[in-house]
Write a protein of this length. Structure first.
Length: 298
């Protein structure tokens, strides 16, 4: 694995979806206030909503309205999460530029999170990919629990590799490797990238055990140039006991700026978005860089 760092990376901001999905529901206008602030910070792709049952994820109700308002705003790619063909159809009708679909490397997590087996999830993924292809929409397939699961423990890289191969066969535009429960380490990152590396691979880390940024750095050394992150460090899965929020976007940008790696994201404007978010959710954000400020203020 190369240790040379890439000159630039793409950050997919997932705060309006992954961050807010575990919070009390916010009205569409408040969600759009956050999206507008993030767009002003320079993100090329923002995941703004989730097309799932409002009973399962109440905070993501009216995601179609958020997508439509985001498209009117313009200037960035609009992504939405889907779990099945109906969700994909609804997301395409709303106007998304990218579908984010998922399958888990953990059978136990898959059953708890979606009430589907891995095999069933792959069946849905095939239909989602067909819907995306027909509509000319990009498809990012996120594989959860790539580095371990609270249900099975360690997940072998070879098992993740099988899912990556299947996602590519079905037509995934890109594949995200997600550390859903915060079990990744730099060793695990190196081992998994040795098995499934490629230009279509992105990373999605959580901070359950405080290893998010070191895993980002290990991924950069492995040639990864696409990362998901969440403003303020919000997020986390309600189906994985003890799982903390996503790696904070401002922490990632602060690291990238120090390394001289271009992300296109303006850190002061991103911190303004985090300040707005803290007011919207009504509680302190977990992000250390938001609390302390960047290493050297602009």
């Amino acid at each position: 694995m190369s240790t040379a760092l890439p000159p630039s990376v793409e950050l997919r901001e997932v705060g309006p979806r992954d961050g807010l999905q575990v919070e009390s529901p916010l009205p569409v206008e408040d969600r759009m206030r956050l999206v507008r602030a993030l767009a002003a910070a320079g993100f090329g792709t923002i995941e703004v909503g989730s097309f799932v049952s409002p009973k399962a994820v109440p905070a993501m109700v009216d995601s179609a309205a958020v997508v439509q308002a985001s498209k009117e705003l313009g200037g960035f790619r609009v992504a939405g999460v889907v779990l099945n063909a109906r969700g994909a159809t609804d997301a395409v009708a709303a106007g998304v530029d990218e579908l984010t679909a998922g399958v888990s490397a953990s059978e136990g997590y898959s059953q708890s999170n979606t009430r589907m087996s891995i095999a069933d999830a792959l069946g849905h993924l095939e239909k989602i990919c067909a819907t995306g292809r027909d509509a000319g929409v990009a498809i990012d397939v996120t594989i959860s629990c790539c580095f371990g699961s609270p249900y099975e423990g360690e997940i072998a890289p070879s098992e993740v590799a099988k899912l990556v191969t299947r996602a590519r066969e079905l037509g995934a535009t890109s594949v995200g490797l997600a550390d859903t429960t915060g079990m990744a380490t730099p060793r695990g990152v190196r081992e998994l990238l040795a098995e499934v590396g490629g230009p279509d691979i992105g990373m999605h880390f959580h901070e359950t055990r405080g290893t998010g940024l070191v895993n980002v750095f290990a991924s950069l050394q492995g040639g990864v140039t696409r990362f998901d992150s969440s403003v303020g460090g919000l997020g986390g899965s309600p189906f994985a006991k003890g799982a903390a929020g996503n790696v904070a976007t401002e922490g990632v940008v602060n690291l990238l700026d120090d390394l001289g790696i271009e992300s296109g994201v303006d850190l002061p404007k991103l911190l303004e978005a985090a300040t707005l978010l803290e007011g919207l959710v009504g509680h302190e954000l977990p992000s250390p860089v938001f609390k302390a400020g960047p290493r050297i203020a602009a």
